[in-house]
Unconditional design. Sequence first.
Lengths: 111, 111
Amino acid sequence: MVQCSPIDRTLAALADPTRRGVLERLARGSATITELAEPCGITLTGMKKHVRLLEDAGLVTTEKVGRVRRCSAGPRRLEDIEAWMESYRRMLDERLDRFGELLERTKGVPQ
Amino acid sequence: MVQCSPIDRTLAALADPTRRGVLERLARGSATITELAEPCGITLTGMKKHVRLLEDAGLVTTEKVGRVRRCSAGPRRLEDIEAWMESYRRMLDERLDRFGELLERTKGVPQ
């Protein structure tokens, strides 16, 4: 897909355990790229790439302070993803309910 | 990342509007690859790739009936993603609460 909507970018950004770990760390407070990279055992370059993807998705904001880039939890919330998942779950449940009703009705029909 | 856990695969599978559309369509009932491809205006080969990603994530099951592949909503539910998002939201909210408390306390301190 050429077009990439906010919800696509956010889901893709979340689809990686390192990036979800970064978000959990930043939810406790801001951190530098070095502080984020060290516990993961990955390079600064690798962590910068992860942070850039999270920043593009609005999940992280960064600020350069001197030679250090400080990262914080961004303004992006996950309501649209939660709403989509809730609506999908409801559709599946309704389908199961209809299937159940059909089974109930079939029971009453003489074979 | 070389390793790819179920939650990563599911989030990556959901990070595309065509694939989310396929899930919404299949929540209403099963469909063939052709029936899924036509309303999206994409090729059968393109749709097969989307379906394979959804199948790898357990979100879709497929069954070959003669020369036709029939797709249905799969057994995979989204509880683990919802749980992660809920936990992340709670962490952010707690941080905001702590920040609010700090502001309240600072108000009482003479400048």
